[in-house]
Design a protein around this ligand. Structure first.
Ligand code: NAD
Length: 291
């Protein structure tokens, strides 16, 4: 299939590579020329929005809702340029309201749109083992699934328009709480002179075991491939976690759901980012407890 991939950052770049590996033709679109060139060297062709509009499938992987809205909506937006029957997959993590708005604009144009945010981080993007959490009509999900299979291991249909974003935000709010709690517990042990690897191995198989301890240890040197061991680079930026927590607070406000743990994690990330850590991986939150 001919697929336009818009947004080739930490996540989009490796995801698009997996589409190439699966035999798809990929038209690479990004504001950053280097990101486009990297994908061209892997076999893609460099493109712009006019070329993207000629593709059967369009995938976007952009930072936030405002980028997605400005890409697709309005008289000059991409939706207005697409042929009827085009499949559009937005895998960015954004607010459910913007996702629903794009759904509303796509439907009368005969465009199959799904919100399909991901979980699994940059490692999952590179390995093609992402979890896709999809919102949209059954028929659009059925069309999207074989494309998503090339980039992910688990493809869930969460519900109708925007449901993928809501489920994703629930997950990331929980992740932020697990990361904050794990940093706090590890730092307590370290302050008592315990070895980070020994303590992590104990907690990992005990009742405190969680995804952070298993896959994403925040202490440098405990896990060779974790961002903590690479200067907190190349993972999921703290500022993006803050963004997701703002989305979670917004979603909670809409239905008056109490989210005290998420609200605390949001404040911790705000403090951490104000200290200049916004572009570091979100596991760098450990520094807040070290201080
Ligand atoms: P990133 O900042 O590394 O990449 C975003 C890319 O989009 C950049 O290359 C940027 O140049 C490009 N871009 C921005 N506006 C554009 C436009 N109008 N047209 C074309 N290109 C444009 O971000 P990322 O880490 O890849 O994250 C992307 C999305 O995935 C975010 O919504 C994030 O919350 C979500 N996400 C990230 C991770 C992670 O571990 N990094 C995990 C799950 C979900």
């Amino acid at each position: 299939m001919k697929i336009a991939f818009i947004g080739l950052g930490n996540m989009g770049g490796p995801m698009a590579r997996n589409l190439l590996k699966a035999g798809h033709q990929v038209v690479a679109v990004d504001l950053n020329r280097e990101a486009v060139q990297e994908l061209v060297s892997a076999g893609a062709s460099a493109g712009d929005l006019a070329q993207a509009a000629q593709c059967q499938v369009v995938i976007s992987m952009l930072p936030a809702g405002r980028h997605v809205a400005s890409l697709y909506l309005g008289d000059d937006g991409l939706l207005a340029k697409l042929a009827k029957g085009t499949l559009v997959i937005d895998s960015s993590t954004i607010d459910a309201a913007t996702a629903k708005l794009v759904h509303q604009h796509a439907e009368p144009l005969g465009i199959d749109f799904v919100d399909a945010p991901v979980s699994g981080g940059t490692a999952g993007a590179a390995a093609g083992t992402l979890t896709f959490i999809v919102g949209g009509q059954d028929s659009a999900f059925d069309r999207a699934k074989p494309v998503l299979d090339a980039m992910g291991a688990n493809i869930f249909h969460a519900g109708g328009a925007g449901a993928g974003q809501v489920a994703k935000i629930c997950n990331n709010m929980l992740l932020s709480v697990l990361m904050a709690g794990t940093c706090e517990a590890l730092q307590l042990g370290l302050a008592h002179g315990l070895d980070a690897t020994v303590l992590s191995n104990i907690m990992k198989v005990s009742s405190g075991g969680n995804w952070v301890l298993e896959k994403y240890n925040p202490v440098p040197g405990v896990m060779e491939n974790a961002p903590a061991s690479k200067g907190y680079q190349g993972g999921f930026m703290s500022q993006l976690m803050s963004k997701d927590l703002e989305l979670a607070m917004g979603a909670a406000g809409e239905v008056a759901a109490p989210v005290p743990m998420g609200a605390l994690a949001r404040s911790l990330y705000q403090m951490h980012n104000k200290k200049g850590n916004g572009t570091k991986d979100f596991s760098s939150l450990l520094a807040l407890f070290e201080e």
